[in-house]
Design a protein around this ligand. Structure first.
Ligand SMILES: C[S@@+](CC[C@H](N)C(=O)[O-])C[C@H]1O[C@@H](n2cnc3c(N)ncnc32)[C@H](O)[C@@H]1O
Length: 291
């Protein structure tokens, strides 16, 4: 791990942005950002057009896009899924969101989508990458009544998430919760038992809770997908694209709402966007309800 002074961070395009100084951040925990290997959150930020990334991340992202040129469009579609699924849950009364694998803040974050419907909705953001926490704490509040907290924790240790004081500050596990695993489970390997991780989280949720989940898939073209995923091999987490059936099985214990697991998910017939017409999508999303 390499400590970086704030003024050196983010060599995006030479514009004046920097990581907040630690004294500008509520909690001083994330003090070190590793710039020696590409990081998933920063690759994703770059592919979405963000500036919170480093040369090593951009090189990895460029290599992946050379193999899967239409991946960035899938990532935008995934953000559309995130916003639509959060609004869907909020319209049906959910007021608390546990968003694991938050990502670096970008347009249309979870609390913003939730507050469009319910200004009092609360969000517990969780990510294992310190850069997400630093930017999140600095940027992800909108001054409304709905509170947000941030926890640095790993999805592979569900107990740490469920017992985190910052999570418990805004999530009451006696009331329905939207558990969000949006574009994160493909960073969990088969031998790390993603379905057991979900089952452990599900056990903590009361009936009426929802699972909002999207996942990368190679179904569009398995060989091309596997070659593209190779680009993540040396990153902070490798990419494990899965099939429609494997992803569907991850909703075990939840009843899928219409229209089920889809590349394009729009259950409330929200206004069509150009992204809704995209073909060759590298992933699926769905919402399930715990009976
Ligand atoms: C592709 S981004 C998704 C961001 C956001 N959920 C979205 O869909 O736009 C994946 C995020 O998951 C985080 N992540 C990856 N593996 C993780 C793990 N084991 N535990 C917690 N966070 C993880 C990464 O740091 C990154 O911020």
């Amino acid at each position: 791990m390499t400590p970086i002074p704030a003024e050196d961070a983010g060599d995006g395009d030479g514009k004046a942005w920097r990581l907040p100084r630690l004294d500008e951040v509520e909690n001083h925990a994330p003090t070190r950002i590793d710039t020696s290997i590409p990081h998933t959150a920063r690759i994703y930020d770059y592919l979405l057009g963000g500036k919170n990334n480093f040369a090593v991340d951009r090189a990895a992202a460029d290599a992946i896009v050379a193999t899967i040129p239409d991946l960035p469009v899938t990532l935008q579609l995934n953000r559309l899924f995130l916003r639509r699924s959060v609004r869907y849950a909020a319209r049906r009364g959910i007021r608390q969101f546990l968003d694991i694998g938050t990502g670096i803040p970008t347009a249309g974050n979870t609390h913003e989508a939730a507050h469009e419907i319910a200004p009092d909705a609360r969000v517990a953001y969780v990510d294992n990458d310190p850069i997400v926490l630093v930017h999140g704490r600095a940027l992800m509040t909108d001054g409304g009544p709905g509170r947000t907290t941030f926890t640095q924790a790993d999805l592979r240790s569900p107990k740490d998430i469920l017992s985190s004081p910052q999570v418990l500050e805004v999530i009451d596990f006696g009331e329905p919760v939207a558990l969000m695993l949006v574009a994160i489970l493909h960073f969990i390997k088969d031998d790390e038992n993603p379905r057991e991780i979900i089952a452990e989280l599900r056990a903590a949720l009361p009936s009426g809770s929802m699972l909002l989940m999207s996942h990368a898939s190679f179904d569009a073209n398995p060989n091309q997908g596997r070659a593209g995923a190779d680009g993540w091999k040396n990153a902070s987490a490798e990419m494990n694209m899965r099939s429609y059936d494997d992803i569907l099985a991850m909703f075990d214990g939840f009843d899928l709402v219409e229209p089920g697991l889809r590349t394009h998910w729009n259950p409330d017939a929200e206004p069509e966007e150009p992204l809704d017409a995209v073909e060759n999508v590298w992933g699926y999303g769905a919402v399930g309800i715990k009976p």
